[in-house]
Design a protein around this ligand. Structure first.
Ligand SMILES: [Cu+2]
Length: 545
């Protein structure tokens, strides 16, 4: 068969498979490969027994395409997070065109109008925050707008953002950590012409070769129920779990073909940082960072590992063209110093033993958390088939806008702690105070300074995307990732809405506070360690008209 005929034959097969995809995907969540090239199943891998849950046409993470009216109901559902053990969790439920979804992946075009009715069917306050989206206060999901159980809140906004992997999650004050932990979180994927061009040039298909991954650490009891009962210590430092799930899958595997895959990775954990790498046998594979929180970089950058803090996203390509059938690549979190200086200062152990070492295959024991910074195996990727694939990564990914200029002297934002409270500029959250006021239309440089003894803080700004200008005073493990004298790593480039600030570091960012919204708008600046946030490491940010 000559090449052209082969391509046509393959396309025909793909169409036939595509017709049944809605059914197949819900039952066999694996990327389909051309039937002519499908090979025998791989022998099971007892360390990673569970197929990764992938977005399909319904159910958990089902993809809802397009904009328009949608109702999201925050409610209790049953879902077998651990195989064979239906557990109570929370999810955003949607009924769309006669199909039921949980935590749907919302996929929209840039510029789309959104009409989302949020129905709080919990027994406590809640509200949805659209993490990373440029919306006005009324649509931001600020805790001020949280509604009680039984009430609804209507969102009406236009997607002003460029293409990227955003996400949505609850934001009621004191309850964000608990509600996210129990399952309330979903992807919000925006597409534009540049994004579609990339998909075309690499032949990417969402949920098949372009795969959203949300990483979350959880604790379970023996019945497979989620456990969230933070001690005073955990309310201060953050809640960690010993079982690290990817797409709510315990010890997941993904079967792939020999081609380029895209992973849109979201750290949806309450507090845990990851140092992401791909490992094959004893060696680390380089991978390519193509985007960050606010979308595509201008050009691809090869890295060996990168940190991902709660709230952050990284968009990467993994090139498996040279792999052979049966090869296994593992997405891991490499060990690192979690820099829990405050814990260490008080004499408590900063590093413990993993209760659930990677590869352990027995039933889940009641869990204490894996120590922060411990090595973790997250996802086993196994090459099942050879496939013809002749695409290469474009050297220009997007027209990234220039970094905004500012004539103002930098504003200092100090992160520290006193009396068991994490603080921003010496204070904690009070709903009726706006400690930071900026003028709409101005561009401000902020120095985020994390003052020891402290721990890492991923700092998030609502309503805007910013650029990271420099890192100073970085710990060695971060400095090693620096691309140049600015101290920035590949994952600091492009548009960001959340940036990790290590102990002792000063991270300089610049934000253009221009937006189309009239009148004063009140947003938030907060730490995305959800226990820190719930504890008050959060300030109102007023953008004055
Ligand atoms: Cu923090």
């Amino acid at each position: 068969m000559n090449r052209r005929k082969f391509v046509l034959a393959t396309a025909g097969t793909a169409t036939a498979v595509g017709l049944a995809a809605g059914f197949l995907r819900s039952h066999r969540p694996q990327p389909r490969v051309p039937a002519a090239k499908a090979e025998a199943p791989l022998p099971p891998d007892p360390a990673f027994p569970n197929p990764l849950r992938l977005p399909g046409a319904q159910g958990m993470y089902g993809v809802i395409d397009g904009s328009g009216a949608l109702t999201l109901v925050a409610k209790g559902v049953e879902h077998p997070i651990l195989p064979g053990k239906p557990a109570r969790m929370l999810a955003f439920e949607a009924e769309h065109q006669g199909t039921r979804f949980h935590n749907p992946v919302l996929r929209v075009r840039a510029g789309s109008p959104m009409r989302v009715s949020f129905w709080n069917a919990l027994e406590e306050m809640s509200i949805i925050h659209w993490h990373g989206l440029k919306v006005d206060s009324n649509n931001d999901g600020h805790p001020h707008y949280a509604v009680p159980g039984g009430a609804t809140y209507d969102y009406h906004f236009t997607v002003e953002n460029r293409a990227a992997t955003y996400w949505y999650h609850p934001h009621p004050h004191h309850l964000t950590g608990k509600q996210v932990y129990h399952g309330l979180a979903g992807f919000f994927i925006v597409e534009d012409d540049e994004e579609l061009a990339l998909q075309k040039s690499l032949d990417l298909k969402l949920a098949e070769t372009d795969i959203p991954l949300v990483i979350q650490d959880r604790r379970f009891d023996e019945a497979g129920e989620l456990v969230f009962a933070p001690t005073a210590e955990e309310r201060f430092h953050g809640h960690y779990g010993g079982e690290v799930l990817v797409n709510l899958t315990q010890r997941p595997h993904l079967h792939v073909a020999t081609r380029i895959y895209r992973f849109r990775i979201l750290n949806g954990s309450n507090a845990r940082l990851y140092r992401l790498a791909f490992r094959q046998g004893g060696r680390l594979l380089d991978y390519t960072v193509i985007g960050t929180d606010g979308g595509l970089l201008d050009r691809p950058l090869a890295v060996g590992n990168s940190f991902l803090a709660p709230g952050e996203r990284v968009d990467v390509l993994l090139d498996l063209r040279a792999a052979g059938r049966g090869d296994a690549v593992t997405l891991v979190s490499l060990p690192f110093d979690a820099m829990r200086q405050e814990t260490a200062a008080r004499g408590a152990p900063a590093h413990g033993e993993l209760t659930h070492p990677a590869g352990h295959g027995a039933a889940v024991a009641p869990q204490a958390p894996a120590s922060d910074g411990a090595e973790l195996e997250l996802l086993r990727i196994r090459v099942r088939s050879k496939t013809p694939y002749d695409r290469t990564t474009p050297q220009v990914l997007s027209r990234l806008e220039a970094v905004p200029d500012s004539t103002f002297s930098p504003r200092l934002v100090v992160l520290d702690q006193a009396n068991g409270k994490w603080r921003i500029n010496g204070t904690t959250y009070k709903g009726d105070e706006t400690p930071i006021v900026v003028k709409r239309g101005t561009t401000e440089i902020w120095d985020l300074r994390n003052v020891p003894p402290t721990m890492p803080h991923p700092m998030h700004i609502h309503g805007f995307q910013f650029r990271v200008l420099s890192r100073e005073g970085s710990p060695e493990q971060q400095r090693r990732l620096a691309l140049d004298k600015s101290g920035l790593a590949a994952t600091d480039l492009g548009w960001k809405d959340t940036v990790l600030v290590w102990p002792g570091e000063t991270v300089r960012i610049v934000t253009d506070f221009s937006h189309p919204f009239l009148g004063d708008q009140v947003y938030l600046v907060h730490c995305h360690n959800l226990e820190h946030e719930d504890g008050g490491m959060m300030l109102n940010l007023k953008v004055a008209a």
